[in-house]
Write a protein that binds this ligand. Structure first.
Ligand code: SAM
Length: 204
């Protein structure tokens, strides 16, 4: 069994501190932060360049869920968010293809509404790694050791940053497994491309 984790993901409810700066819109009526619609209000938000990109999670999940390794039920899928929530996505989830319908589902889950296929709990990335007993952890980053994807099978857990810019920091001392920084290409790639490459390398 492999674990795939999108970490520090840019998927969160609109933070309280900017709620009063956001005008109601007929196009976007969701309670999820999206920099395309909330760009001005996010101006003074901490770490704003790495937040408000739920589309990254949507496209990555569509890629992961339809990969052969997932169809073979050999993948545990987790979304760890910027504000330390963890969503465990059931392998059989049929995610809405439509972005706004995806936001509707995620808003309910993040607000604590029960969903039979997506479970939400509050926890840090380090706690998640220990809880799932991750042993050989590949922390994906373009600055890591350049590795041919065919060797990814040597790892049991993959962490990909679910955000557009910035660096993923992990407190290795708090993690019982062995963490190695890996790169699969010498240039930066989008999270959904990295998820696709990982899933397809594990599949064949
Ligand atoms: C859009 S990037 C985040 C931006 C950051 N500047 C970067 O390139 O790492 C999203 C995630 O994709 C993964 N990633 C991007 N390029 C990669 C590469 N060449 N090798 C391995 N992982 C990569 C990393 O996990 C990264 O956090």
């Amino acid at each position: 069994m492999y674990n795939i984790i999108l970490a520090k993901s840019a998927l969160e409810l609109i933070p309280e501190e900017i709620k009063n700066k956001i005008k109601k819109s007929r196009v976007y009526k969701y309670g999820i932060l999206d920099s395309n619609y909330h760009y001005k209000a996010m101006k003074y938000l901490k770490d704003r360049e790495m937040r408000g990109r739920p589309d990254i999670i949507h496209i990555s999940l569509l890629n992961i869920l339809d990969s052969p390794i997932n169809h073979e039920k050999k993948l545990n899928i987790y979304i760890h968010t910027y504000d330390d929530k963890v969503l465990k996505i059931n392998q059989k989830t049929r995610l809405p293809r439509n972005y706004f319908r995806f936001l509707g589902v995620m808003e309910k889950v993040l607000k604590g509404e029960k969903n039979p296929l997506i479970k939400m709990e509050e926890k840090t990335l380090e706690d998640l790694l220990n809880e799932i007993n991750a042993k050989k952890i590949a922390l994906m980053t373009k600055k890591g050791r350049l590795t041919n994807p065919k060797y990814l099978k040597e790892f049991d857990t993959f962490i990909i940053g679910g955000f557009p810019y910035g660096k993923l920091n992990i407190n290795k001392e708090k993690v019982s497994g062995e963490v190695e920084e890996l790169s699969i290409y010498d240039k930066g790639l989008m999270a959904w491309t990295v998820c696709g490459i990982i899933c397809y390398s594990l599949s064949f």
